[in-house]
Each structure stands twice: as structure tokens, then as C-alpha cells.
Design a protein around this ligand. Structure first.
Ligand code: SAH
Length: 429
């Protein structure tokens, strides 16, 4: 008889990891897997155990301090009808075998992801996008979450070679918003009904952790909005203090999991340290964001497949995938931009592999082609970030050239064109 499995769900990733650790310490065999759609949690992962171990697992957890939200039978997400006769000779047998795994809800291996990222057969590509879109619908539904981002400072002490606001770029007009200026935008967002504000900046020592804490507390007190930080690398103690002040989410992209490329593009960062930061964020109970850049010099489909598996293994909740776009005044200013098609395929495969996660249809995609943002929504993406930086500063937050203005109108356009729904919490929508 086939083995039956159960999924234990905790309220956030930090609790989930503790559940996993506690069970393992008690010699129960566990596996971390993508969370199922019906789990009432924002968590991307669940702890999978054998049916035979379930009762013992339950009593261990009952005797611990750990809170579980749910225990569900593991039913693989089956997608009927992906394979149909019409595919005929337009696809290879290898493709059909991979597709069957997706239909059965089985995990894809690296070489299978590479195949899907690299195939040049029209019908295969179309089918991959279709599968991702169906999984998106099952896992996170039709509503496109809308967030507002305030790029509050373009001062940065780092020299990331791709980034237009790196410390070495002397052509940049530097600005730093004050707390009052930021609050003004926060209130505007609050008025529209938006629930999450993203605070993004370069690594600016003047906007230090102490100041950020004051800001976060003020936002929380005045609006109760969720706060996402995207302010780069800090110490564990700082991440903890920011979390305690009320920050909910954190975006810290790994950019690439290829160590050599990482080193080449980040003269002052260490790969292992960045991973460590991401792990701290998880431990501290943040909804954890990562992501990559597509089209970095030397990057292959193998590298991108590794990135996708990394997001899954790390239990990342939000995954930002954007094409590389050259920025004037950087060492990479003359390199070609990343491929839109490859970016869309990465979005699709990330959805297929990681399942219950937030995937933005990124500003970088919108900057290369307005309709690429629509296409990303049709290939697995389910959120849009509005650029809410005041117009007097906006053009100076030029992490890459020709950065598009994604405002509410652009978001409505993309959501409508993709046949999806705006969130009910937005007023007048
Ligand atoms: N300082 C913060 C925020 C960085 S900006 C941090 O280090 O996390 C946010 C994201 O913009 C980066 O993570 C990177 O993925 C993206 N980005 C920066 N320059 C880019 C470029 N030239 N092309 C594409 N994406 C870029």
C-alpha cells in the first residue's frame, strides 16, 4: 500500500522551522515541502511526516511550546488535463515525462527545470506558462495584491556593479527623505486602502536602525499597515530590533546563487553572509523575501534552476524576479539587458516549484515592456508593487535606466488586461 503523509502547519516560517527541528530531535523523519493551498497561513512551507508518526508528532508538539495551526492530509496538487492529444508531435517525450510529474504534483529535479527553461519548442513553452498559471490560481487565487513602495534614500555605501545607485556612481543626485516626507506618502497609501508599505533604500548609514525603528513604530501606530523593509544587510540584532518595532516582511534578494557571479558583481559582499542574513530573517519570524536577477554576465539556465531550488529549500515567501537592466555610470552600463522571455519562464518555474508564494510582476519587467508585466501575471505572478516615491525624488532612484513608473493606473491596466481581480480592500476599485 502507498504511504500516506500528513502536513503540519505552523503560523509562520520561524515556528515551522522550530516544529521541524523539534520533531527531528525526537527522531521523527520530516521533510519541508511547499505549503498546500488550503493551509490558512502565509507560510511557504509545511512539515511533512509519515502517517505512522503522526500521533507521536502530535504529542511531542503538545508538550512543547510550539503552536501549530493545522494538520492536513498531504494531497498532492494534481492538475488534470495538462497533457492532451493536441500536443502531439510538437513536444518531446522528455517534455511529456516532466509534464506528467507536474500533473502529479511531484517535485522537479534540477535538470528538468533546466530543460523547461531552455526549450525552444513553442508548444512546450506555452504549456509551461499554462501550468504555472493554473498552479497560481489554485495556490493564491485571482486577486493581485497591490503594495506601495517608498524609495526613501538613494545613498548607498555598497558598490554592486549592476546597481545604478552604487557608491561609486558620482553622476547620481543623492537624496534622503525625512520621516515627515515618508509619513506623508504613507498616509496617501493608507487613504487608498493599501495594506502594505515597502520601505526601500540603498545601504544608508544615516537612516540607521534606530531611526528606522522610530519610523516603523510611527507607521504602525498611525495606520496599522504592514511594513516591508528592503534596506540591505544588517546585523542579527538590528534585524531583531526592527522586527520587534513592528516590521513584518523583509526583502533581501540573493540576486544569484552562483558564488562566482555573486562575487564578481558584489565587490564588498560575501555570499555566505548574505545567506546568513536571509536565515536570520526567517528565524526572526519575518515573511522572507528573496529573488534573483536574470541576465547577469556569465549566468546560465543551470544557475537559474539552482536559484529556484534555493527559494524552495529556504522556504522563501516572496520571490522577486527581474531582468538585469544596465544603468549609466556603472561598470555594467554597456551590457545587454536580460531576456524578457527567460525572466517570464523563471517566474513560471518558480511558481511551479515553490507553489504557495508571492511573486511580484516586477517593475524591471514593466520597464522593458509594459505588456511584460501583464505576461508575468499570466505566467505565475500575483503581486504588483506601485512606485510611490514622491515625483521630485523618483527619477533619482535610478537603480537601472528607463525605470518605468508603475502607478495605480498601470497596475489597474495590467490586472484588467490579465483578466484578474483588484483587491477588495482598495477604495473606489
Ligand atoms: N539595498 C537594498 C535594496 C536594493 S534595490 C538591498 O541590497 O537589498 C532592490 C533590487 O533591485 C535589488 O535587490 C536588485 O535585485 C534590483 N536591481 C538593482 N539594480 C538592478 C539592475 N541594474 N537591473 C535589474 N535589477 C536591479
Amino acid at each position: 500500500m502507498e504511504n500516506k503523509f500528513y502536513l503540519i502547519i505552523a503560523k509562520n516560517t520561524s515556528q515551522m522551522l522550530k516544529v521541524d527541528k523539534t520533531l527531528r530531535e525526537n527522531l521523527i523523519k520530516t521533510d519541508l515541502v511547499p505549503a498546500p493551498p488550503e493551509s490558512g497561513t502565509v507560510c511557504a512551507i509545511a512539515v511533512k511526516v509519515f502517517e505512522a508518526d503522526l500521533n507521536r508528532a502530535k504529542s511531542i508538539l503538545l508538550n512543547s511550546e510550539l503552536e501549530t495551526v493545522d494538520i492536513l492530509e498531504d494531497r498532492k496538487l494534481k492538475l488534470q488535463g495538462l497533457i492532451d492529444r493536441k500536443l502531439g508531435n510538437a513536444v518531446t517525450n522528455e517534455f511529456l515525462a516532466i509534464l506528467r510529474k507536474i500533473e502529479e504534483g511531484e517535485d522537479l529535479k534540477k535538470d528538468e527545470i533546466v530543460y523547461l527553461l531552455s526549450t525552444d519548442k513553442e508548444k512546450e513553452i506555452e504549456t509551461v506558462f499554462h501550468a504555472a498559471d493554473r498552479i497560481r490560481k489554485e495556490m493564491v487565487g485571482d486577486v493581485v495584491e497591490i503594495r506601495g513602495a517608498i524609495e526613501f534614500s538613494n545613498y548607498c555605501c555598497k558598490s554592486c556593479k549592476y546597481c545604478g545607485i552604487n557608491a561609486q556612481n558620482y553622476g547620481v543626485n543623492r537624496y534622503r527623505m525625512t520621516e515627515e516626507e515618508i509619513m506623508e506618502v504613507v498616509f496617501d497609501l493608507y487613504e487608498t486602502g493599501i495594506k502594505t508599505v515597502i520601505l526601500q533604500s540603498g545601504e544608508d548609514g544615516t537612516w540607521d536602525t534606530e531611526r528606522l525603528i522610530e519610523l516603523i513604530k510611527r507607521i504602525k501606530k498611525a495606520t496599522g499597515m504592514r511594513v516591508t523593509l528592503s534596506v540591505g544587510e544588517r546585523t542579527k540584532e538590528e534585524y531583531m530590533a526592527l522586527r520587534e518595532a513592528g516590521a513584518n516582511n523583509f526583502l533581501l534578494k540573493i540576486e544569484t546563487t552562483n558564488r562566482e557571479i555573486f562575487k564578481n558583481i558584489h565587490p564588498d559582499d560575501d555570499y555566505d553572509h548574505r545567506i546568513q542574513c536571509s536565515k536570520w530573517l526567517k528565524e526572526l519570524g519575518y515573511i522572507n523575501g528573496s529573488g534573483n536577477i536574470i541576465g547577469l554576465p556569465g549566468q546560465t539556465a543551470e544557475d537559474i534552476a539552482e536559484d529556484i531550488l534555493f527559494f524552495k529549500d529556504m522556504g522563501i515567501n516572496m520571490i522577486g524576479i527581474g531582468p538585469f537592466i544596465p544603468a549609466e555610470g556603472t561598470p555594467f552600463e554597456h551590457l545587454p539587458h536580460g531576456d524578457i522571455e527567460m525572466t517570464l519562464r523563471t517566474v513560471a518555474l518558480t511558481r511551479i516549484v515553490c507553489k504557495k508564494v508571492y511573486i511580484p510582476s516586477t517593475t524591471a519587467l514593466a520597464s522593458l515592456d509594459k505588456d511584460a508585466q501583464v505576461r508575468a501575471l499570466l505566467s505565475g505572478a500575483n503581486t504588483i508593487m506601485l512606485i510611490s516615491t514622491p515625483s521630485r525624488y523618483r527619477s533619482n532612484y535610478r537603480i537601472y535606466d528607463h525605470k518605468n513608473m508603475v502607478d495605480m493606473d498601470a497596475a489597474v491596466y495590467a490586472v484588467k488586461k490579465a483578466g484578474r481581480e483588484m483587491p477588495v480592500y482598495l477604495k473606489d476599485r
